[in-house]
Design a protein around this ligand. Structure first.
Ligand SMILES: C/C(=C\CNc1ncnc2c1ncn2[C@@H]1O[C@H](COP(=O)(O)O)[C@@H](O)[C@H]1O)CO
Length: 181
């Protein structure tokens, strides 16, 4: 599968780096392709290094503004004119989306793919890897939206919250098989 991963562009401590490395290693070992922001910055660079070391393929979708942070060693790099075009290209190139820990950029990317899915504009699986309970607050907010009538469809049709790398990839691989059948 071609798996788009959104995550922090900052360097983080082991509580967050170790689960990201585990996920990247599994992704590479299982022969998937990483589709990501194409940067060597922070966790994005750690992710790419570990996918590559495990034998996975790397497709980076860059934006001109951040071209100086391009990851050297990607199998393919695509340049987009602006952040909006990049988000569209990332989703277009991927079979599924995984969200690791991140800040406002990651949150923006997650809410965009959720909103597009909510409107039926794509049906790609979306997994949030909830390392260290980082996304517990977001999950609680989304659950309240669902309970109080702010979502037009069940939350579990929109997103799966995984506790570890294994369950994140198992969910994607099962969803991928189901959509191919
Ligand atoms: C931090 C520095 C440069 C940032 N470089 C980036 N290169 C590529 N993509 C980026 C960059 N910064 C943000 N993004 C995108 O947003 C997400 C991360 O944002 P967050 O706010 O850190 O969560 C990520 O998924 C990218 O797509 C200087 O060293």
């Amino acid at each position: 599968m071609d798996i788009c991963v959104f995550c922090s562009a900052y360097s983080l401590d082991d509580r967050y780096t170790v689960p990201a490395k585990e996920f990247a290693t599994l992704l590479g070992e299982r022969g998937h392709t990483l589709v990501w922001g194409g940067s060597d910055a922070g966790l994005m660079g750690v992710l790419a290094d570990n996918v590559k070391a495990a034998g996975g393929r790397l497709v980076g979708i860059l934006v001109e503004l951040l071209a100086h942070k391009a990851y050297r060693g990607a199998d393919e790099l695509v340049m987009t004119a602006d952040l909006a075009a990049r988000k569209a290209a990332l989703l277009e190139r991927a079979d599924a989306v995984v969200v690791l820990v991140g800040g406002l950029g990651t949150l923006d990317e997650l809410t965009e793919v959720l909103e597009l899915k909510k409107h039926g504009l794509h049906s790609k699986p979306i997994v949030v890897l909830d390392s260290e309970g980082f996304y517990d607050g977001l999950r609680s907010q989304l659950t309240r939206m669902e309970a109080e009538g702010f979502l037009p469809r069940p939350l579990d049709e929109l997103v799966f919250f995984a506790q570890d790398a294994d369950s994140a990839l198992a969910y994607l691989e099962t969803a991928g098989e189901a959509s191919a059948a």
